[in-house]
Design a protein around this ligand. Structure first.
Ligand code: AMP
Length: 284
């Protein structure tokens, strides 16, 4: 695996690959890698000749500075895992390399209402930061395909919108959420949970299963209230638990009953004893 820390050396390497008609697959990450990340690499290897992974904990997408400071960093282990997985290129830039103009210089992306609901309502500025870093990375890597995880449901919709806004030719491939054997969605943030908190975190998955199993048994609001109360009783602050529909134009609506469009349950909740905020979602 080649490791590049500078944009110009990465660019030179990828230009040669492009000139040789190599199909480039790109998996952007923030590191602290787990099998969920590696499943994206495996998916990229199926359809691309050259798989590029980036590890960059992007400061502009963290609305909470302590979340940024506590974000796990396991770079040696990440490099081993990426090498084992057959990754061709790792891009590992510094903040200075990504933001030579400083962190305050910002383009504004028009993500419409997608930016102000769910994650957007609880993490102001988050999706502008995501847009900013993904845009920079896409300009550099110029991938044929971009691989992202369904776990970050709204992020996928935002990036889909970004690709249109910036007229990118990259195709977004959304990959399924990988879970631990007991159902907990794999997440870098799980590393910050001790054994008891890790056990408790399973209530997020249980809430999704409860909603899925009961969606036709009462009104949506009653089911969501019950699931939310269960989480609260088990030591969570619930930011949101909602049923949402994805519309054909990429927007999200809050239906009152199941219709023709796929419905997803989406959750964000903070496990209070660890102060770790987790998100998850499930197709109903
Ligand atoms: P992150 O490092 O958390 O920014 O995630 C990098 C990419 O990995 C994003 O596209 C995530 O959606 C994806 N990802 C994170 N967790 C999982 C998971 N459990 N299963 C599949 N993909 C995931």
């Amino acid at each position: 695996m080649y490791l590049f820390k500078q944009k110009d050396t990465l660019d030179r390497h990828l230009s040669t690959a492009r000139n040789n008609d190599k199909r480039i697959g790109f998996v952007p990450t923030m590191g602290a890698l787990h099998h969920g990340h590696l499943s994206l690499i495996a998916k990229a290897k199926e359809t691309c000749d050259l798989v590029v992974c980036s590890i960059f904990v992007n400061p502009t997408q963290f609305n909470d500075p302590s979340d940024f400071e506590k974000y796990p960093v396991t770079i040696d282990n990440d490099i081993l895992q990426l090498t084992d997985a057959g990754t061709d290129v790792l891009f590992l830039p510094s903040v200075q390399e990504m933001y030579p103009e400083g962190l305050d210089v910002k383009t504004h992306y028009d993500f419409g209402s997608l930016e102000t609901i769910l994650e957007g309502a609880h993490r102001p500025g988050h999706f502008q930061g995501v847009g900013q870093v993904v845009h920079k990375l896409l300009n550099l890597v110029k991938p044929d395909q971009l691989f992202m995880g369904q776990k970050d449901f709204q992020q996928c919709l935002i990036v889909n919108r970004l690709l249109k806004l910036i007229d990118s030719k990259a195709q977004l491939v959304v990959c399924p959420t990988l879970r631990e054997p007991d159902g907990l969605a794999m997440s870098s943030r799980n590393m910050r949970l001790n054994a008891t908190e890790r056990q408790n975190a399973l209530h997020i998955y249980k809430a999704l299963i409860y909603v899925k199993g009961n969606i036709h048994k009462a009104s949506f609001s009653e089911i969501l209230n019950n699931a939310s109360n269960q989480l609260k009783m088990n030591g969570f602050d619930v930011d949101y638990i909602e049923l949402v529909s994805m519309e054909e134009d990429g927007s999200v609506t809050f239906p009152k009953a199941t219709g023709n469009r796929p419905v997803y349950a989406v959750i964000a909740a903070r496990e209070i004893s660890s102060d770790v905020r987790l998100i998850d979602n499930m197709l109903m």
